[in-house]
Structures are given as C-alpha cells and as structure tokens.
Design a protein around this ligand. Structure first.
Ligand code: SF4
Length: 357
C-alpha cells in the first residue's frame, strides 16, 4: 500500500492537534539533552503524573551530568527509590560517568555516540536526538505502535519482530524531516491522550478521515499482541531482626531483582513459610547459630508484589535476639532511626512505613 499521500497530511494534523492539546510538562519545549534524557528514562516505566515529582527531585539533586557522575551509586538509588526498575538508575549513573570520560562532560550530539551510552536504546537515542538536536530519528514507543496499528490497520503483532520492523519503517517514513522534534512529540502525545488503548474518542479525532481501522471498525481489536510475559513466582521471607535499637540489612549484589538495594536478611523458599517452618530452615539455623534466645513471630500478612518479569510473595518476621553472633556481624548493622538513609526496594519501603511510623 502506498501511504505517501497521507503522510504529509497526518504529520500536519498531528502538529496542529499537539499545539492545541499538549500537556505542559517541564521537559517539553526544552533542548537540554541531559534533562530530556533524565525525563525519558524516568518515563520509560512510569506514568507522567508519578514521574513528574521524581523528575523534579532528581534534577534538583543532580542538576548536571557532572554532579550525577560524581555522586555515589547509593545516593543515586536513594533518589530513585519508589520508581522501581533500578537498573535504569544504575545505567544513568554509569552513562553520566561515560559522558565525563569520553566526551568531556558534554552530552554527545552524534546519534551513534548516544546509542553507545549505558541504558540508552534505540527509543531513547531517537528521543534525545530529535528533541534536543532536531535530528530526523523517529521515536517509536508503545503509544506510537498503537497509533500506527490503527491508522494503517496493521494486524501483525506489535511484539513480534516483523510487527516492530514494519511500524519502525512506517514511523521513519512518516517523520517530518523539517520538524522531527514536534512531529515525534505530537505523535506520542496523541497516543497518550487521544488514541488511547481502550475506547478512544474516534468521533472527535482529527485523523478519523485517514484512519483505516476506524473505517473498517477494527479499532478495538488493535494493536494485536502475541505473547504474554510469563511471570515467575518467588517467595521471600524477610527477617526484621531487632537487637535493642538496631537492625540488620544486606545489600542485594547479585544480578537479580533490586540489585544494589538494601533489604533485611532474607530466606527465599518455594512457598511462604510458617513460624515453625522458618525456625527449622537450614539457612535460618545458620544465621542464628549459637544465639541463645531467638524470639520469632510473623508480623505481616503475605504481600504480593508484581515486578515486570516476576511476582514476589513476601512476608516479614520479627526476630528478637539476645546477642550477636559472627554471622550476624556480616550484615550491615543499622540503628533503627537511621534506616531511611538506605536505598531500599518499594516493597521494603512500604513495610518500613507501616512498621516504623
Ligand atoms: Fe485512533 Fe480513533 Fe483517531 Fe483512528 S480515529 S487514530 S483509532 S482515535
């Protein structure tokens, strides 16, 4: 199918719609690549309303690439706490250091250089290149997939290789080379506000006359998705150990969930354990080996915590101990009053808010 004739029309209509409808956001109408980068990374898995306060807080603390690069990772994670997907924060930090060492602290202009920075993929590189430097790279996010699927009635699954390729090609062909920044932003905003996932208001849509899905009455069927991600269930039994006014934390170092965040010592099992099962657990016995008095009781109902690829079922046990053994000395001993100084997962944060407030 030859879409060429409708491309200019669509681009023009989108730009007009954007002018009238765009949300006023701090990362709009700016060309600072650092700020655009931070906003794009925050918004990757976060809704705009939630992301806004994090963005303001993050750039308040790290207003320049240099300040982000010079910070230690724990403080970067602390400012990310609650946003989830902590790899994003670690990569931001790593990439800031790469910009300092490879580009003298100046955010690179070349698309190929941007793509080589940690945590920056095709989508983010296109966003930075077009928004900051007005370079002709089409941005394709979930909103864009949906809008294109409908505009051109594409039924190839958007999570298949060929579906992604077809839409990326269309997006690049449709891109206005005279104003790629406005074009990309208007397309994404149009997907976020007008061509929404369910029940879009097609009757007031400025693209209705060229929308093939509207004409064929297939809007509600699009976009098509082929796979559902399998989630793996995991079971975490957290030990909130109290030794007078102190407790113990450990840092998750493995390449796993919540890498480099702090949490209570943990016993992972194939299901959530009862008090009795916990004290009989081999790992539990090794942690409290030779401690004379260990008082255990469960202090939380099971909590279901959903991450992108996993579902974590967690519960917290209060453990009171009379003395500290060598194993406990290997954890980080933290005064209860200072626990909020540590970057923890959202799951831990919720528990601490309930328990310590
Ligand atoms: Fe989306 Fe409906 Fe507009 Fe088509 S007519 S682009 S489906 S809002």
């Amino acid at each position: 199918m030859d879409y060429t004739n409708s491309f200019t029309y669509i681009s023009k209509k989108l730009a007009d719609w954007y002018n009238d409808n765009k949300r006023e956001l701090p990362w709009r109408d700016i060309t600072d690549p650092y700020l655009i980068w931070i906003s794009e990374i925050i918004l990757q898995q976060t809704r705009v309303n939630q992301g806004l306060s994090y963005y303001n807080r993050f750039i308040g603390r790290f207003p320049t690439i240099e300040m982000l690069a010079e910070a230690d990772e724990d403080s970067v994670l602390k400012y990310w706490q609650g946003l989830g997907y902590y790899t994003r924060a670690r990569n931001l930090h790593k990439a800031a250091r790469q910009i300092m060492s490879r580009f003298n602290g100046i955010f690179p202009m070349q698309h190929a250089d941007i793509l080589k920075l940690s945590g920056i993929g095709v989508y983010t590189a296109a966003a930075i290149s077009s928004f900051a430097y007005n370079q002709p790279y089409a941005v394709v996010d979930g909103n864009v997939y949906r809008v294109f699927s409908r505009l051109f009635d594409i039924h190839t699954p958007i999570d298949s290789t060929s579906g992604k390729k077809d839409i990326a090609l269309l997006a690049q062909n449709l891109l206005s080379t005279s104003q790629p920044a406005i074009h990309n932003q208007s397309l994404m905003e149009f997907g976020a506000l007008q061509c929404v996932p369910s029940s879009p208001e097609c009757t007031i849509c400025p693209l209705q006359s060229v929308c093939v899905a509207f004409e064929k009455n297939t809007v509600s069927l699009l976009p098509v998705k082929s796979q559902k991600k399998k989630s793996t269930h995991r079971f975490f039994n957290y030990l909130f150990i109290k030794n007078q006014d102190t407790t113990y934390l450990q840092k998750r170092v493995a390449k796993d969930v919540w890498q480099n965040l702090f949490e209570f010592p943990l016993i992972e099992s194939d299901r959530l354990l009862s008090d009795t099962e916990l004290v009989e657990d081999v790992e539990f016995k090794s942690i409290f080996n030779e401690v004379n008095e260990v008082e255990v009781h469960k202090i939380s109902n099971p909590v279901k915590h959903i991450l992108s690829h996993r579902v974590i079922f967690a519960q917290f046990f209060s453990i009171k101990i009379s003395e500290e053994n060598e194993t406990l000395k290997q954890f980080v001993k933290v005064p209860l009053a200072d626990i909020d100084q540590y970057a923890v997962s959202r799951l831990m944060e919720i528990f601490l808010e309930m328990e310590l407030d």
